[in-house]
Ligand binder design. Structure first.
Ligand SMILES: [Zn+2]
Length: 74
């Protein structure tokens, strides 16, 4: 049974390996995140460099940071 499981696992993993998505590591939190093929094309067409941070950190740096720091303290 275990053998069959391994076989299935390999079968399911294959599409991921074959896909053109890139795996990048976030410089902020160190987590790996996926840079999808469509996004790669988008960034390329605009002459942008690939993102260095995961979506979570990007969202945080965009809006969350100031709000967090600007909290009133008493
Ligand atoms: Zn991150």
């Amino acid at each position: 049974m275990k053998k069959l499981f391994g076989f299935l696992k390999r079968l399911f993993r294959r599409p991921f390996e074959m896909s053109k998505d890139m795996k990048l590591a976030c410089v902020e939190c160190g987590n790996g995140f996926r840079f999808e093929w469509g996004e790669q094309q988008f960034f390329k067409s605009r002459g942008l460099t690939p993102p260095k941070r995961c979506a979570t950190c990007r969202a945080e740096s965009r809006g969350g940071d100031r709000r967090r720091q600007g909290r009133r303290r008493r």
